[in-house]
Design a protein around this ligand. Structure first.
Ligand code: ADP
Ligand code: NI
Length: 216
């Protein structure tokens, strides 16, 4: 029964995000879902809550929708329609509302389930896939690959994080390279190591090529 609801959530989200063009498409959700299951197996968590939250986590994101509140009530309505118990719905909605990074201004997480889903989402922002997603997101915003006129911002409000001027290579320093130290669970900490090293290697190569072009 729970499995059916999970599959039905997957189907609903797949239809909604199939054509999303900023790196939050269905394939992102599918990877987060799989990683959340993998991480969740190593922790004492309610896997029904973990899976529903992983699948629904981007549906109320302010990058994708105009009203976070409206989207939350839509998700609530959908879960009720599927016969999900009120206690589960409450946990799932809480996770979706608290896990976003927002320039480091996100609220602290209340449950272990939230930590698992946040780790799974963050793993998808780093490594080879994270690099691809960052340039996809940057491209969708018309942001340059790299622009040396910008400074790396250490502190920023949620507003500055979303709308401030930056380049995608700057985003690595403003967020992506910080994520490995922000993982909550032991298994995500392990999984983050290799992905982090790969990004460092990528940036080294990037600047090597960049400097060569300047020298010529
Ligand atoms: P959250 O939804 O957790 O707040 P973000 O909006 O920061 O997460 O990021 C979602 C995805 O978009 C991540 O893969 C992230 O790296 C990418 N992203 C966000 N802001 C930028 C940016 N300014 N430049 C490039 N990629 C970005
Ligand atoms: Ni996400």
């Amino acid at each position: 029964m729970n499995e059916e609801i999970v599959l039905s959530a997957a189907e609903m989200v797949r239809e909604k995000l199939e054509n999303e063009g900023s790196g939050h498409d269905w394939f992102h959700i599918e990877r987060v879902w799989k990683n959340a299951i993998k991480i969740g197996r190593t922790e004492k968590v309610d896997m029904f809550v973990v899976q529903l939250a992983a699948l629904l986590h981007d549906l109320a994101d302010d990058k994708i929708v105009t009203s976070e509140e409206e989207s939350i009530s839509e998700i609530n309505y959908w879960l009720e329609g599927e016969g999900v118990p009120a206690g589960v719905i409450e946990k799932v909605l809480m996770i979706i509302q608290t896990m976003s990074y927002k320039g480091g201004n996100g609220r602290s997480l209340g449950s272990l389930e939230a930590k698992v889903v946040q780790d799974a989402d963050r793993l998808d922002a780093i490594g080879a896939i994270g690099i691809a997603r960052a340039f996809t997101y940057g491209g969708s915003k018309g942001q340059p690959i790299f622009d040396p006129q910008y400074e790396v911002r250490e502190e920023m409000t949620k507003e500055e994080y979303r709308n401030g001027k930056t380049s995608t290579v700057h985003h690595f320093y403003e967020k992506l390279l910080k994520l490995k130290d922000l993982m909550n669970t032991e298994s995500a900490i392990q999984m983050a190591q290799e992905r982090h090293q790969f990004m460092e290697q990528y940036l080294e190569e990037f600047f090597k090529e960049y400097m060569l072009e300047v020298d010529e």
